[in-house]
Design a protein around this ligand. Structure first.
Ligand SMILES: Cc1cc2nc3c(=O)[nH]c(=O)nc-3n(C[C@H](O)[C@H](O)[C@H](O)COP(=O)(O)O)c2cc1C
Length: 256
């Protein structure tokens, strides 16, 4: 093969992975959403809810409610992972996610009850950042959400000591089988019977958290990298049990 041929085949290969060219599109090509109106609304949570709704309606990614959640350990080490945003309450303004209270993030939140979350919808050219204090959801709310999950997920919540080491996958599968036996369900590793349900109480180590919005930033891609960024901040005064009384929002446009 001559040098020319080599270049040519490499060129062809490169063309194949170029989005939007040729027969098959690898990445969805989308145009930026319209710019944010200016002045923006005095409070941001309604826009966050709308953006989340837009992402659901577009159905261009399996988990449009996925968010990266950052926490900090007792020795000030940050760590981040993806969780699903399972609720957004515009008033008083918090996001809800569910997890194992004894996981790495659970341990972090016990000593440093603040977090930062980022949602990113690439095809919508939008990013949302939320930071603030974190509280546990009321137990009744966690019970209701846990009960709504498919039974294999409920068994898994009992079986997994999230974030702890385990010797092998076989040990993990055995832990799931043991939990299934304890609750009298089929083994989730076997093909689960359709439509069957089982009563499985919520484990005490599993439940929801509320990330209270103390600061919210919306980022919207603009032409020629002249992006829109708006940042809202407010004071949260500890109030009702496990809650806050929010002060008024103030908003500023930020340079991109
Ligand atoms: C798309 C996606 C969604 C996830 N959703 C959750 C979730 O809602 N809750 C959760 O505890 N872990 C979820 N995970 C797993 C976490 O990213 C992480 O592995 C786990 O929570 C342990 O994190 P930690 O050791 O930092 O506590 C998800 C992972 C992905 C990729």
């Amino acid at each position: 093969m001559t040098q020319d041929n080599l270049c040519c085949s490499e060129h062809k290969r490169a063309r194949q992975v170029q989005p939007g060219r040729g027969g098959s599109t690898i990445y969805p090509m989308t145009s930026p959403s319209p710019p944010l109106c200016d002045p923006v609304p005095a409070e941001p949570m309604r826009i966050v809810a709308q953006w989340l709704k837009d992402a659901w309606e577009r159905r261009q990614q399996p988990n449009p409610n996925a968010m990266v959640l950052a926490t900090t350990s007792a020795d000030a080490r940050p760590s981040a992972r993806v969780v699903l945003c399972k609720g957004l309450v515009e008033e008083p303004g918090y996001l809800v996610f569910y997890t194992n209270y004894e996981s790495q993030k659970g341990e972090d939140l016990a000593v440093s009850p603040c977090a930062a979350a980022v949602m990113h919808w690439d095809y919508l050219h939008r990013q949302v950042r939320v930071t603030g204090p974190v509280t546990r959801s009321p137990p009744a709310e966690s019970d209701a959400y846990f009960a709504s999950r498919p039974w294999p997920s409920r068994i898994a919540a009992w079986a997994s000591k999230q974030s702890r080491p385990i010797a092998s996958r076989a040990d993990l599968v055995a832990a799931v089988a043991a939990a299934a036996e304890r609750f009298g369900t089929p083994n989730p590793a076997d093909p689960p019977p359709q439509g069957e349900d089982f009563s499985i109480a919520r484990p005490p180590h599993w439940g929801g958290y509320r990330l209270w919005a103390e600061s919210v930033e919306l980022w919207q891609e603009g032409k020629s990298r002249i992006h829109d960024r708006f940042s809202w901040t407010r004071k949260l005064v500890p109030g009702a049990p496990r809650g806050f009384t929010p002060g008024p929002w103030s908003v500023a446009r930020l340079q991109p």
